[in-house]
Ligand binder design. Sequence first.
Ligand code: ATP
Length: 222
Amino acid sequence: MLVKRFTNNWESRRSALTTHVPVPTLRRLPLYYRELKRAASQGLTHVSSKTLGERVGVPAVQVRKDMSYLDQKGRPGVGYEAQSLAAHLRDFLGLASEKQAVLVGVGNLGRALALYPGFHAYGLRIVGAFDNDLDKVGQRVGTLEILPVEALGDIVARLQVRVGIITTPADAAQDIADALVAGGIKGIWNFAPCRLAVPDGVFVKDEDLAVALAVLSHVVEQ
Ligand code: ATP
């Protein structure tokens, strides 16, 4: 059977799923969530659209427009209730439910991601780390034992993992994506500098650090 393959993009897919929320708004929602949580932890019960906008770097009118897509209204002169709006955003973004992930390629970047504690707040838990370097297999990264990449598809399928993180060099990434997809992965966070071909229904979020650096480099050269 011929499987339809194409490259895609997580944001545009997500936007298609939540058609009424524009992509730029979707990108700001996690920032609002973070700032609302920070405000609540600082003891603020309410946050105005002006304050929230200042913390995120957008005008108050933009905050109100973004929130209107979620049917969230602040009280005039009082603002948004920080805890409840944060909870609403957390549910909307799907951060409340834990998502298990595997990471493939335990080099410098992979190791840093595997050890980063901040993903937990966003519902992401890395449950497996894989590599093809036999010197690394059997070693530990944090609490995880590094497993041989040959076991990837099987373990992903057995644990019903839904997210795969690729931190290998580009030339290995497509084979790994194929193995992840065969195991039932639904979303790939791709740090390898290449475009991945995946079947319909699998979302890819590319994180090309070299491209980001090129943009930064261009700007600071002006
Ligand atoms: P190191 O020098 O420790 O390998 P690095 O960050 O310089 O770190 P990279 O060449 O970027 O290494 O590779 C990242 C990781 O991906 C390495 O741990 C490497 O062994 C692993 N890797 C490369 N090819 C594959 C593959 N086909 N399957 C699984 N892991 C792979």
